[in-house]
Write a new protein. Structure first.
Ligand code: PLP
Length: 359
């Protein structure tokens, strides 16, 4: 039996994609082998690599002066790659600390350059997104860094901050492909695949080409954007299979109507869950409304004991991984692209039954 998996990541993949991938498991496209067994220098894999990039460009409307890379090491590796590649002119960078990952990015950046935290919502346990404007930044900063959707705390920017002349970098691991993102407003975007794009193991980097030519000379070769650009992300053996699954997810998303269609579905899924929570008189969500994520929805019941019982009983009903992050407690429903609307409906129905039994 397939369950509804509300994990923050790795998370669900569309069943259609899993079926398609499993059909090619022993013979992909007449090649006589699976993508896992294939040389990354072979014709069929080169086609997959190229198609994955093309589809991401098409779906996200990525302008032609941006490079699209598929690299290893997760989003976390980009916490180091970003300062080492583009933080090399003034060696200053300004960070907004809006959650755990944003903080980790800031701390990692501090190892390589003069990093400054210019905005933080830690005072209220990251339940809102603080304002970030150009006049809060050092005018000569190499970049400003934000985390666009805060996976653990369930917040997101309601609009892209205007950082003026300072290039804007965003970690979009938990919202890429789930909502429209105006790529042209950013200098660099990066995302680990395992929330909304595919399996863990591959990370997308979308970077303005002009920024790829200024890496620190001691930047490890695997982290250098110019090296990955030159080699079309095939400098060494890439994560072929995860990238292939990403390709299938992108094909699926395109057939569904692209990100516009996906965003509408996601707004509807999140909208009904928040509405239920707000009107329940039992559950609550701590996030200021305008900053609520449509991907990650944390909530609590009236007590820690009921929270634990909720998570255990939900699991018996095929609603998996609803335990909240240890920094927040309670529950968290991650409802990424591949969570069917029926999964959210079933969760709401379960929440209502649980409330009636324990109110
Ligand atoms: C999951 C996540 C990360 C960490 O990703 P890894 O690929 O495990 O390194 C970083 N940032 C955000 C916003 C995330 O959701």
């Amino acid at each position: 039996m397939r369950v509804y998996n509300f994990s923050a990541g790795p998370s669900m993949l569309p069943l259609e994609v899993l079926d398609k991938v499993s059909k090619g498991m022993s013979d992909y496209g007449g090649s006589g082998m699976s993508v896992m067994e294939m040389s990354h220098r072979s014709k069929p894999y080169e086609a997959i690599n190229a198609e994955t990039e093309e589809l991401l460009r098409e779906l996200m409307h990525i302008p032609s002066d941006y490079d699209v890379l598929f690299v290893q090491g997760g989003a976390t590796n980009q916490f180091s790659a970003v300062p080492l590649n583009i933080g090399t002119a003034s060696r200053k960078a300004d960070y907004a600390v809006t959650g755990n990952f944003a903080k980790k990015a800031y701390e990692e950046g501090s190892k390589f350059l003069d990093a400054r935290c210019v905005a933080s919502s830690e005072d209220k346990n990251f339940t809102y997104v603080p304002e970030l404007t150009a006049d809060m930044l050092r005018p000569d900063a190499d970049y400003a860094h934000i985390c666009y959707n805060n996976t653990i705390f369930g917040t997101r920017y309601s609009a892209v901050p205007d950082t003026g002349k300072v290039p804007l970098v965003a970690d979009v691991s938990s919202c890429i492909l789930g909502q429209n993102i105006d790529v042209g407003k950013f200098a660099l975007l990066y995302a680990g695949a395992q929330k909304n794009m595919g399996p863990a193991g591959v990370t997308a980097v979308i970077v303005k080409h002009e920024l790829t030519a200024r890496a620190d000379e001691r930047c490890p070769v695997m982290l250098r954007y110019d090296n990955q650009v030159k080699n079309k992300s095939l400098y060494n053996t890439p994560p072929c299979f995860p990238t292939y699954v990403v390709c299938e997810v992108l094909r699926y998303l395109k057939a569904l109507g692209g990100i516009d269609a996906m965003e509408q579905i996601n707004e509807r899924k999140a909208g009904k869950l928040y509405e239920y929570i707000d009107n329940s008189d039992f559950y609550s969500n701590p996030v200021q409304k305008e900053f609520r994520s449509i991907m990650n929805v944390p909530f609590v019941s009236p007590s820690k004991e009921l929270d634990a019982l909720f998570v255990a009983e939900a699991e018996k009903n095929g609603l998996i991984s609803l335990k909240g992050h240890r920094l927040v407690g309670g529950m968290r429903a991650s409802i990424y692209n591949a969570m069917p609307e029926a999964g959210v409906d079933k969760l709401i129905q379960f929440m209502d039954e649980f409330k009636k039994a324990h109110k």
